[in-house]
Design a binder for this molecule. Structure first.
Ligand code: ADP
Ligand code: MG
Length: 611
């Protein structure tokens, strides 16, 4: 797997986790700040009030005590001294003022200036005679509280208490500390809890991300394992279903592709496709053979490997014009020349632009040749039929015109008409035989046949004919040779060949028939010492109606179909037929037949091939 995959997924989800945790923290800090914003002033106010109350309480207690002493007759200066001694800490000042708010003359505290507001408030009987101000003597901010001394409901003086304001600050400091600790602990708890929640929340997302990553890297069987019925659970379920669908679709696509590949590659027609840029997209086996390419050429520019091949021209034209095109072209020259039919179709996705072209090339050489042969056959047959028919018609008309009156002429003409009719019948028989062979209407009746016996039979049957022509006909002695063949058909081949040999050999010549085994084949040869066949005619000698000397062959009742029939029969048996000939010296026609299985000597055997 790509090492980048899981890492990037992890990074993504780690940042998601961090963001989730951070948002938890932010939330916690925000709420703590908001709470503090309301709580701190309230707490400060509360603490300040409590502190002021405490100082005021001290003042009231001192006043209660000192008013008692005053009633016993102590002077203000004496009271002030007692008050000074009541201070429980050094920086605390406790002093006494008269009913006008003035200190006794003995007081250490300055008497000038206006009456302080707390003293004035205490004299008035206000509920909270407290004040905070700068003390010019002690150079300090201080808290002042005053309480009246009473006698029979009248204010007889005031006790003033003052403490440094710093002390109050110390008290407040503890509040601040507690708050700070709460803030830090709260944030810490929020961070820990947030991280834990974030991990739990992000784990399924992380699992999904990992699965998606694996799928994107080709592991289509990867699924996200996510429990839970929340949105992420739903998402994971949908994701997994999507994965299944993807897998199915891809499998179907692959299957389809395999099918198409199999079809295209097994096609005997060559299939070549190029993309819009002229690169080879596809070459099936037939195309590789036809164009002399191999599979490595796929993906390369077609122009480089095909140069100016007709296939390339066809593909380029189709891409350029965006329409189907068809043409025929030849490859090779002379006997090697092959004719090909090319049809090309543009490739386009839907109604989009042309993105390439595919060409199918078919070898139509044999098709065209067969068409030509069929045309020739029709022409030949008509021609062959016309000659005897013309002859019959001519003689009949002559007879009807009055020649019948002369018995001698009548007999001669009728004999000719009979011969021509026989020729017609032979021709029709041969044509029928040939067409039955070609259409395989009459299947071969295979059986085990002694080929040597068959040859001897044919020779003895044709002996009278050979004798009539003063030709010596002989079968060379042969061992028993077994073939699996249709005996009647092979007899027909033998008869055709031997009849030809007798026919084209002048009196005094010889015709020899020999049978032998050669490897896995039996070979039959019919040799004569006749006039031979010109080399130019040899290649076409087995064609239908082909005769070296038309008139002589016809004279002898030949149809020109004998060798064609022989060739057909031999090839239907899986054999070959051939001819060697030297003009004026004679010809050798030979054909092979596969030996019956039991006859084939084992490979590498030194035993002679014949028995
Ligand atoms: N043994 C042979 N020697 C010389 N020419 C032959 C021989 N066999 C066949 N041919 C030539 O081949 C031609 C075709 O033979 P075939 O197909 O049997 O037709 P047909 O015998 O009716 O003429 C003959 O017309 C003849 O010219
Ligand atoms: Mg013949």
């Amino acid at each position: 797997m790509n090492p980048r995959g899981p890492t990037s997924g992890a990074v993504k989800s780690a940042s998601l986790r961090r963001r989730l945790a951070a948002s938890h923290l932010l939330l916690a800090v925000c709420s703590l700040v908001v709470v503090s914003a309301y709580l701190v002033p309230a707490l400060v106010r509360l603490q300040t009030e409590r502190y002021e109350q405490a100082v005021l309480g001290q003042a009231r207690m001192a006043a209660r005590m000192l008013q008692h002493y005053q009633q016993e007759g102590l002077t203000l200066a004496q009271l002030d001294e007692i008050a000074g001694a009541l201070a429980w800490r050094q920086e605390i000042y406790i002093g006494v003022k008269d009913a006008d708010g003035r200190p006794p003359a003995t007081s250490r505290w300055a008497a000038e200036g206006p009456v302080p507001p707390e003293v004035a408030a205490a004299l008035r009987g206000a509920p909270m005679p407290v004040a905070v101000r700068y003390d010019p003597v002690l150079h300090d901010m201080r808290l002042y509280a005053a309480a009246p001394m009473l006698a029979q409901g009248r204010v007889t003086g005031v006790v003033q208490v003052s403490v440094p304001r710093v002390w109050m600050r110390d008290v407040l400091m503890r509040v601040w500390e507690a708050l700070g600790t709460a803030l830090v602990l709260g944030a810490l708890a929020a961070w820990v809890l947030g991280a834990w929640r974030a991990r739990r929340l992000s784990a399924p997302v992380q699992a999904l991300a990992r699965a998606a990553d694996r799928i994107s890297h080709g592991d289509l069987d990867s699924r996200a394992v996510v429990a839970g019925r929340d949105e992420i659970g739903h998402l994971a379920h949908a994701f997994n279903t999507m994965g299944d669908q993807l897998r199915k679709q891809l499998d179907a696509l692959a299957q389809e592709r395999t099918k198409i590949d199999a079809i295209v590659s097994s096609m005997t027609d060559a299939v070549v496709a190029t993309d819009g840029a002229g690169r080879l997209l596809l070459l099936n086996r037939a195309a590789r053979d036809l164009l002399g390419l191999d599979a490595r050429n796929v993906g390369h520019p077609a122009g480089d490997v095909l140069r100016d091949h007709a296939v390339l021209r066809g593909l380029e034209r189709t891409i350029r014009l965006g329409t189907d095109s068809a043409e025929e072209f030849t490859v090779g020259t002379g006997a090697e020349e092959r004719l090909f039919h090319l049809s090309a179709t543009p490739l386009r996705a839907g109604a989009g632009p042309v993105s390439g072209a595919v060409a199918v090339v078919r070898d139509v050489t044999d098709l065209r040749r067969a068409e030509r042969l069929r045309r020739e056959l029709t022409a030949n047959v008509s021609h062959e039929l016309r000659t005897p028919l013309t002859s019959i018609k001519g003689f009949t008309e002559t007879l009807l015109a009055g020649a019948w009156a002369d018995e001698e002429t009548c007999r001669r003409f009728l004999t000719i008409i009979d011969a021509e009719a026989t020729r017609l019948m032979t021709l029709v028989d041969d044509l029928t035989a040939l067409s039955r062979l070609e259409s395989r209407a009459a299947p071969l009746q295979f059986a085990s046949v002694r080929l040597d016996v068959l040859a001897a039979d044919a020779v003895s049957r044709l002996h009278p004919q050979a004798e009539r022509q003063s030709v010596a006909l002989d079968a060379a002695p042969a061992p028993a040779i077994m073939v699996t063949a249709d005996g009647n058909r092979i007899m027909q081949v033998l008869t055709n060949l031997i009849e030809n040999a007798i026919h084209f050999t002048p009196g005094g010549g010889r015709v020899d028939v020999a049978v032998r085994a050669d490897g896995a084949e039996a070979v039959v040869s019919v040799s004569d010492t006749g006039r031979g066949i010109p080399a130019d005619d040899l290649p076409r000698i087995f064609d239908r109606f082909y005769r070296v000397d038309r008139s002589r062959s016809r004279e002898a009742g030949g149809t020109g179909l004998g060798l064609a029939i022989a060739k057909h029969i031999v090839e239907a048996h899986g054999g070959r037929i051939a001819v060697r000939s030297r003009l004026g010296r004679g010809s050798v026609f030979s054909f092979t037949l596969p030996l019956a299985a039991a006859e084939v000597p084992p490979r590498g055997s030194l035993r002679p091939a014949t028995r």
